[in-house]
Design a protein around this ligand. Structure first.
Ligand SMILES: [Zn+2]
Length: 540
């Protein structure tokens, strides 16, 4: 008689598919789900070598996958100055000062997470706000959305940015209108990279150690997979960093890696394609940016911003270039991972994809290639059905609704924001949803994302009925967005995403049943156990 390696019994197993099924027990053999059913049905699989875990009625779900995370970047940034969520200017300054005091003289001081909308009237900070507390260290602090960088005078000097420096392509240097002197804010990657390029990168050992720590945190949060959207600097290769761990058998996370479009020629030349690799480490697709972000006022809109009638946001890439890239990516058998936040950006992407579909005889979406739009933060009502029609995946981050809804109301206007974070409308139109955090833009915790999708409220419970509550998801739909949705998005739906015999045994056990408790409690639910490939990886 066959013996299971691991048997979880006396639990509530929610397999995701089929959605109505509940089971008590699940048996694991050789890293895969062997059986799911009642305790009594699976009892005969217990042998002398079987590890039996009594769940005491706890809920078991497939391990969560974060569909949009900058994991290596986050791993490295966990020990930097963290300014996320700080709404007090004095506290911002205090944290930066403490970070500067910890640094050696001349060492770069890095941090992230600031949001000028939280502490004031929305005015961006300046280099002068840093120069007095950091006269001897260059300082570079990313905005919460990573679309702007706040630096001091020494950092500008190190990068050689002066009043004479022209704006780079795909970026903007904020300046004093009178003198043209850079103010200390650099917008979008084209400008931010001028600083990034002069900051030393950590060595391999430091990256490995940081990744190991971040993996442990991911397991603690019930994550068994990520779609890595790469680091913001090309000097640090995320794929290589993951591969180093993979080679030693230490990559205990399913990672699908995006490739930077800057290296598209090389990727095509050597024949990289989406799905290359295995279920643990694989090539996802090619990441392309079409616009900026809402909070930086650079999301590309069909109509001007409500708070700035001259601003339509920013197209990061000319339309003909996007078309050319999209064609080449698709022809090469790579998936498109296209960042589009504003409704104009989303429409342009849909237009390009429609064109490719109509021109190509073999639209590869039908052959398993999965193109996706990242964020889809606001979509024109006319465009909502188009994602499903094209089979394009909406990769969205519900957690942003929590802090962003007042900003959306202000910069886009409440009426237009009806189709912002339109999770329900997109899902009902038949769109595949893949949900994530965009960490380090937002916390890595997938349960926070599930709560946000279900409530559409901030941490104080505002607005009371949820912001555009008709766009809320059910708990089951949100769970699917962190399990089956991501598996489908990278073509792994046959081996991941649900608890079914033959699938890889990636599981999470929760301390409370998120289907039973008040939704406002979901984010504080804790995984008690995370299983990757049939092995318990948390608790370690
Ligand atoms: Zn991102």
């Amino acid at each position: 008689m066959l013996q299971a390696d691991l048997l979880l019994q006396n639990g509530r197993i929610y397999p995701v598919e089929p959605a109505h099924l509940r089971a008590q027990a699940v048996a694991v053999k050789d890293g895969r789900i062997f059986a799911i059913g009642d305790d009594s049905e699976l009892e005969p699989l217990i042998g002398s070598e079987t590890r039996v875990i009594h769940l005491e009625g706890r809920l078991v779900l497939p391990g969560f996958t974060d569909s949009h995370v900058h994991f290596v970047a986050y791993a490295l940034r966990r020990h930097q100055i963290i300014l996320s969520g700080v709404d007090d200017w004095e506290e911002i300054r205090r944290r930066i000062r403490a970070g500067v005091e910890r640094a050696a003289p001349g060492e770069w001081v890095r941090g992230w997470g600031w949001n000028q909308n939280l502490w004031g009237d929305g005015t961006f900070p300046s280099k002068a706000d840093l120069d007095d507390i950091a006269p001897r260290n260059p300082v570079a602090l990313n905005r919460t959305d990573f679309h702007s960088l706040w630096v001091n005078s020494l950092a500008l000097e190190k990068a050689g940015i002066t009043a004479e420096t022209p704006d780079p392509p795909e970026g903007r240097i904020d300046r004093d209108p009178a003198t043209g002197e850079p103010s200390g804010i650099l917008r979008e990657w084209g400008a931010m990279r001028m600083i990034e390029d002069v900051i030393p990168v950590p060595d391999d050992d430091a990256v490995n150690a940081a990744l190991q720590d971040a993996l442990a945190e991911a397991h603690q949060l019930g994550l068994t997979g990520v779609h890595d959207m790469r680091v913001e600097t090309e000097k640090l290769n995320a794929l290589r960093a993951f591969h180093r761990l993979y080679r030693c058998g230490e990559l205990t996370l399913r990672v699908s890696c995006a490739l930077p479009v800057d290296h598209l020629d090389e990727a095509i030349a050597v024949g990289l394609g989406s799905g290359l690799g295995d279920a643990t480490l694989r090539i996802g697709g090619v990441k392309v940016f079409t616009d900026g972000s809402m909070g930086s006022g650079t999301a590309w809109m069909l109509e001007p911003y409500a708070d700035d009638p001259h601003n339509y946001g920013m197209a990061i890439i000319p339309q003909d270039q996007l078309r050319d890239i999209a064609h080449r990516v698709e022809q090469a058998g790579l998936s498109l991972i296209i960042h589009a936040i504003g409704d104009r950006a989303v429409r342009e992407v849909l237009d390009v994809l429609t064109e490719i579909r109509d021109e190509n005889e073999g639209w590869r979406m039908e052959k398993g290639l999965r193109h996706r739009i990242e964020h889809v933060q606001i979509v024109h009502p006319d465009d909502i059905p188009r994602l499903a029609q094209l089979g394009v995946i909406a990769s969205m981050q519900p957690v942003h609704v929590m802090d962003d809804w007042p900003v959306a109301d202000r910069v886009w206007g409440h009426e237009r924001s009806r189709t912002a974070y339109a999770l329900r409308s997109l899902l009902d139109a038949g769109t595949h949803l893949a949900l994530g955090s965009d960490c380090p833009v937002a916390p890595l915790n997938p349960l926070l994302g599930i709560q946000a999708a279900v409530l559409r409220q901030n941490e104080r419970g505002e607005p009371r009925d949820g912001w555009y509550p008709e766009e809320r998801l059910t708990v089951a739909e949100a769970v699917r967005g962190y399990t089956m949705g991501p598996a489908y998005a990278v073509g792994l739906e046959d081996v991941l995403g649900s608890i079914a015999p033959g699938k890889l045994a990636d599981l999470v056990v929760l301390d409370q049943d998120i289907f039973e408790i008040e939704p406002v409690e979901i984010a504080s639910v804790k995984p008690t156990m995370t299983i990757f490939d049939g092995r318990v990886v948390y608790p370690a």
